[in-house]
Design a protein around this ligand. Sequence first.
Ligand SMILES: [Zn+2]
Ligand SMILES: [Zn+2]
Ligand SMILES: [Zn+2]
Length: 349
Amino acid sequence: MSYNELRKDYLLERWVVIATERARRPTDLAKSKPEPTKTAICPLCVGNENMTPPAVMLYQKINDEIERSQDPIVGERTKNWLVRVIPNLFPAFGSPKQPQDISKIVKNDHLLDAIGYHEVIVESPNHDEDPADAQLPQLELVVNAYIDRLKELSSKPYIKYVSIFRNFGVDAGASLSHAHSQVIATPMIPTTLREEQKASQTFFENNGSCVFCDLILTEAKSPRFIWENPDFLVLAPYASINPMEFWILPKKHSSNILNLSAAEITGFVKTLKTTLKALKNIVNDPPYNYGIHLALNPESKDSYHWHLEVYPKLATWAGFEKSTGVYINTVTPETAAETLRNAIKTLNS
Ligand SMILES: [Zn+2]
Ligand SMILES: [Zn+2]
Ligand SMILES: [Zn+2]
């Protein structure tokens, strides 16, 4: 009789029970998809631009060149956009109302004004152009929009972090079904990021290398390896807390996405599309969240390594997980990796 494994994250003080004793096949987790609720009008679709605030940034094709502009504050909104970035109507973090507000964001150890930015990136004029099925040039525009918004928002001195994430499917928190991502810029570094940054700084001080650069070398030869191309590697993390979780890591060390080359952006979107398509095929187009983890602070430049974490929503966290912060994952990362590897082979054949 053997035991389940209690595994600790590469960096975080976070434990997960990998339940080999009641392991599930990934395909067992597939749920029947809820019928898409047909909302009469999608506010993010072409032609409905007046249902949203004016775009703070948009891409248009003009004479075969992609041009960046924005909607006028008053007057006609642009109709022939390719990607459109709009302020969230119900922002979690609101932009400063008056210039002096940014000088007193921190009230005390337990209170800050939730000043920042909350934006929606409309990824395509086509309602259903989600990454798993997107045209690669369109997906490149989406990643360019991530970079442009990161550049703009991180240049503000009171912004300490910019979270770029995507919710897909009602069960993963997407209230709109039109292909979109979100950006939230915060006046503090969120907890998980701070912990990852701290732990990788400590690793760097002790070992003289980046923990992620090391991981890429070791995990590439492990049963958790999923896929790679010249610029990116995909793995199922050793202590995944979500069934079928996977991470995309750039092979070149960099703490954030601000300096990605055009070739690297191409490599990145191919990786994103390939892996999300494989996931879609294995578990009946499951809901998921993904988020980019990056660092903006100069002291993390050498020690932190940006990556994208994908969390399929296939399990329900209940009393034990919520009350202890210890998780139970019924799909081993090794099984997740093998299933994803095989699904990608099928895609490519
Ligand atoms: Zn739509
Ligand atoms: Zn690195
Ligand atoms: Zn991370």
